[in-house]
Design a protein around this ligand. Structure first.
Ligand code: MRU
Length: 348
């Protein structure tokens, strides 16, 4: 079974280094919050819920390194760490959400600095535990949507590696498989960083869940051949109206799914919903370096000085989304109403 993606051990943060997987399986140790920022930026850790938890542990590292008993000095220095951590990647709201969760508990407390340090670590640990619980619940709800014989397409990696453990979209697939549903998975390679080929294919293979790897451009032809029954994937941010930002290529798949009348499901924790953003147009989209496109795993595949456009995410409009699976249940359109109802019923 795959190990937990990230944990706190001996006052350090340990994470599976996802950059060289599956060729190399290595753990990365971060002793400072700067190292956590680097790990998020260079995608040693990636996936919306995982980077949220990494940022929370980054705050714990920062807090432990601040050598003062003076509370306002402590808060000023911690705030600097928070700002630096929040600049590591822009699209996944989970990162900012986790930082706020930590910060809220600190600024509202009267406790002395030493107690605050303990409190921050406890909160980071509880965010990590909650992520696992959340994924199991998403899995339980989501697997009700899958039937025996379903052939399911997923994109990128919304798996255990994108979370603390179990995964969101892959959590649903894991749960359906555990329930002995006879399902078959297709995974897009997910250019340019190849999270599908390197991470999702690897995760599913370890658990012996039947999986077939395809090039991104094959998805449409499979649908045309009536070989895909359902699509499920994750999200990095969900706007109030249900538009989602997810890995580049998600929008194209949603259009294909709509054309072929194939249900298109999004699995994500409610911490991925950003009610401050009305629709997808307001979601910041990260652009990454050209090198990701002009080379594959260090091998040059394009001429020098070529112009490159490399958005890491795209926006899928709510009208292309059949349902959003959360830890509180399944929301269906109109999301502007149903997401809110889920949240208010379960009080975030
Ligand atoms: O650039 P990445 O690898 O961080 O992008 C990850 C995705 O787009 C995932 O689909 C998303 O974060 C959901 S993960 C549960």
């Amino acid at each position: 079974m795959i190990a937990r993606t990230i944990e706190w051990k001996d006052n350090k943060v340990l994470m599976i280094d996802q950059r060289e997987l599956p060729a190399k399986y290595e753990m990365l140790t971060c002793s400072t919050y700067y190292e956590v920022i680097d790990a998020i930026k260079n995608m040693a850790i990636r996936g919306a819920p995982a980077i949220g938890v990494a940022a929370a542990y980054g705050m714990a590292l920062a807090a432990h390194s601040i050598n003062t008993k003076n509370k306002s000095d402590f808060l000023n220095r911690l705030k600097k760490a928070k700002i630096a951590l929040s600049s590591s990647r822009p699209t996944a709201i989970n990162l900012f959400w986790a930082l706020e969760e930590i910060w809220k508990g600190v600024v509202s407390s009267d406790e002395p600095v030493d107690e605050l340090k303990k409190k921050i670590l406890l909160k980071a640990e509880s965010l990590a535990q909650d992520d696992i619980k959340t994924n199991y619940l998403i899995g339980e709800y989501g697997s009700t949507l899958f039937q025996d014989g379903d052939r399911i397409l997923t994109h990128c990696n919304a798996g255990s590696l994108a979370t603390v453990f179990y995964g969101t979209a892959l959590g649903v697939i894991r749960s359906a498989f555990k329930e002995k549903k006879n399902i078959k998975i297709y995974i897009d390679e997910t250019r340019p960083v190849l999270q599908g080929a390197r991470l999702t294919a690897w995760e599913l293979q370890i658990e012996e869940i039947p999986v077939t790897l395809i090039c991104d451009s094959v998805a449409g032809f499979l649908m045309y051949q009536k070989k895909i029954d359902k699509v499920i994937l994750g999200a990095d941010r969900i706007a109030a109206n249900g538009d989602i930002a997810n890995k580049i290529g998600t929008y194209s798949i949603s259009v294909l799914a709509k054309t072929h009348n194939i249900p298109f499901y999004v699995a994500a924790p409610t911490s991925t919903i950003d009610f401050n953003i009305e629709d997808g147009k307001g979601i910041p989209i990260e652009e990454r370096e050209p090198l990701e496109v002009t080379s594959i795993m260090g091998k040059k595949i394009a001429p020098d000085h070529i112009n490159v456009y490399n958005p890491a995410f795209d926006i899928t409009p709510n009208e292309n989304i059949t349902a959003i699976i959360t830890e509180y249940g399944i929301a269906e359109p109109p999301y502007i109403k149903t997401l809110n109802t889920l949240l208010t019923k379960n009080k975030r």
